[in-house]
Design a binder for this molecule. Structure first.
Ligand SMILES: C/C(=C\CNc1ncnc2c1ncn2[C@@H]1O[C@H](COP(=O)(O)O)[C@@H](O)[C@H]1O)CO
Length: 178
């Protein structure tokens, strides 16, 4: 499975780094391919290291302006012209999207794939690994949109929040088998 991952480009403490590393090991050991921003920076680099060490493949989708930060050991590096093209490519190459902790770049990526799914422009699973309740604020806001009639379809058709790396793969397996 090609799993596109959005996550922080910053180095983070163990509360966030350890679950991200565990997720990456499960991804690699499961024979999946990590599709990600292609950077060796922070959590993005840690993720790639762990996936590679566990036997998974790496496909980096980069923008020219950040090419100097490219992960040296990627199996494939795709160069895109700008951030919008990169987001489109990250989604096009995904069988599923997984979101780890992150900042504005990650938030931008989540809302993009959600908005496209809302309009039925793709039907790929979007799973948030909600480490330490990091995304509680987003979940609460989305639930309010859902209950107060701001969404054209139920929220649980659009996105799933889980607490552990193992739950991510259990969910993706259940999607594959359905
Ligand atoms: C932080 C530094 C460089 C960042 N380099 C990046 N390279 C590739 N992709 C990136 C980079 N920064 C952001 N992204 C994308 O956005 C998400 C992370 O952004 P956030 O703001 O940290 O959440 C990530 O999913 C990438 O796709 C200098 O060391």
């Amino acid at each position: 499975m090609n799993i596109t991952v959005f996550c922080s480009a910053y180095s983070l403490d163990d509360r966030y780094a350890a679950p991200a590393a565990e997720f990456a090991r499960l991804l690699g050991a499961g024979g999946h391919t990590l599709v990600w921003g292609g950077s060796n920076a922070g959590l993005m680099g840690l993720l790639a290291d762990e996936v590679k060490a566990a036997g998974g493949k790496l496909v980096g989708v980069m923008v020219e302006l950040l090419a100097h930060k490219g992960y040296p050991g990627a199996d494939e590096l795709v160069m895109t012209g700008d951030l919008a093209e990169r987001k489109a490519e990250l989604l096009a190459r995904a069988d599923a999207v997984v979101v780890l902790v992150g900042g504005l770049g990650t938030l931008d990526e989540i809302t993009e794939v959600l908005e496209l799914k809302k309009h039925n422009l793709h039907g790929k699973p979007i799973v948030v690994l909600d480490t330490e309740g990091f995304w509680t604020g987003l979940r609460v806001q989305l639930e309010r949109m859902d209950t107060e009639g701001f969404l054209p379809r139920p929220l649980d058709e659009l996105i799933t929040f889980v607490q552990t790396p193992a739950e991510v793969f259990a969910l993706l397996d259940s999607h594959q088998n359905s």
